[in-house]
Write a protein that binds this ligand. Structure first.
Ligand SMILES: [Zn+2]
Length: 342
């Protein structure tokens, strides 16, 4: 059985990937030129060098610089089209995609942002049969905090228009979930799901806050839960899905290396884990590559890889009936691929 071929060709699901953090370097250079934005690099090689991060604060600075290259609805449509084309190349059949509407608001009204993304969503589905839904996130560092309530109301209003949850991103340190209690109350009261980042650059308190104050249905990252056995027990018992992003953790120094990544410990603890790529070109990876790396460098076998994918389906926010269809379809494709690659 050729594991590499299997991983490249197998159908996949991804629940933690940022639209802006997925812009391909060549496209970013094109957008910067088109919109007269000055970047510290002018070549693809230069951008890769720029994507070497000293830590999260450095990363977020680069992330916002990337966002500043998007100035029109056409730009958003272009990057979403390219994002979906890449999904098709990797056979990622379904994704829940984070984006940061605040960063585009000075140039593109909220409804125009979503309309542009939805044009690309529609054509992606028609052209490739690839589906994506959107998870707008709130930037933790943005003030006044009340501004984030606008995004929360807008997300709920568009729950049948391609938005499936509300996220919380940006610097976790000094911006605890509790600051956003009022904002997330808006979505909780509307029975709309929260998918915040927590437990990446902050420890267990941040995850507890995401669960108790924001009513998180999944945790973005969450790898630092291991520092608190009571929290691990809670997450295990409730089977709250963690959106684990191995290479991202290494690039941002949350884990010292892939070989020393806490993924095996999370599995041993009986936690519900999904595998994701976060900001693929910024971390020199993609979802296929993440699966290859955890196979080659951590030693996961195909059975675990398939389980991670079924976990992704289960933890997604599509209706149960659609999950069931996807599970059956994926199981069939796995079986066919195994036969073909035997
Ligand atoms: Zn993220």
């Amino acid at each position: 059985m050729n594991t590499r071929d299997f991983i490249c060709r197998m159908p996949k699901v991804e629940l933690h990937v940022h639209l802006e953090g997925s812009i391909q370097p060549a496209t970013l250079l094109k957008l910067a030129k088109r919109n007269n934005v000055s970047l510290p690099a002018h070549t693809v090689e230069g951008l890769h060098k720029w994507y070497e991060f000293s830590g999260f604060d450095h990363f977020i600075e680069v992330y916002f610089a990337i966002c500043s290259c998007i100035r029109s609805a056409d730009d958003l449509e272009l990057i979403t089209n390219e994002f979906i084309k890449d999904r098709a190349d990797q056979n990622i059949r379904y994704s829940e995609v984070i984006f940061t509407p605040f960063t585009h608001l000075p140039h593109i009204p909220l409804d125009d942002q979503l309309a542009a993304i939805n044009r690309a969503r529609k054509s992606g589905e028609e052209q490739y049969g690839i589906r994506i839904n959107m998870a707008p996130d709130i930037s933790r560092e943005r003030r006044p905090i009340e501004d984030s309530q606008v995004i929360a109301r807008w997300a709920v209003k568009n729950r049948d228009n391609g938005i499936t949850s509300l996220g919380l991103g940006g610097p976790e340190v000094n911006n605890p979930p509790e600051l956003f209690e009022e904002t997330f109350k808006i979505i909780t009261e509307a029975n709309f799901p929260a998918t915040p980042h927590a437990g990446e650059t902050e420890g267990p308190a941040s995850i507890w806050g995401a669960l108790r104050t924001l009513n998180a249905v999944r945790i973005g990252h969450g790898v630092r839960c291991l520092e608190d056995p009571t929290l691990v027990e809670f997450l295990r018992e409730k089977q709250i899905p963690l959106e684990v992003c191995p290479s991202s953790n290494v690039c941002l120094k949350v884990a010292p290396s892939l070989a020393q990544h806490p993924l095996p410990a999370l599995m041993e603890a009986g936690l519900f884990v999904t595998i994701n790529s976060d900001d693929p070109p910024m971390f020199n990876t993609n979802l296929t590559e993440e699966y290859l790396r955890i196979t080659d460098q951590i030693g996961f076998k195909l059975d675990s890889i398939k389980q991670f994918i079924f976990n992704g389906i289960e933890a997604s926010l599509i209706p149960q009936a659609e999950k069931q269809v996807m599970r059956q379809d994926f199981a069939l494709q796995f079986a066919q691929l195994e036969l073909e690659l035997r």
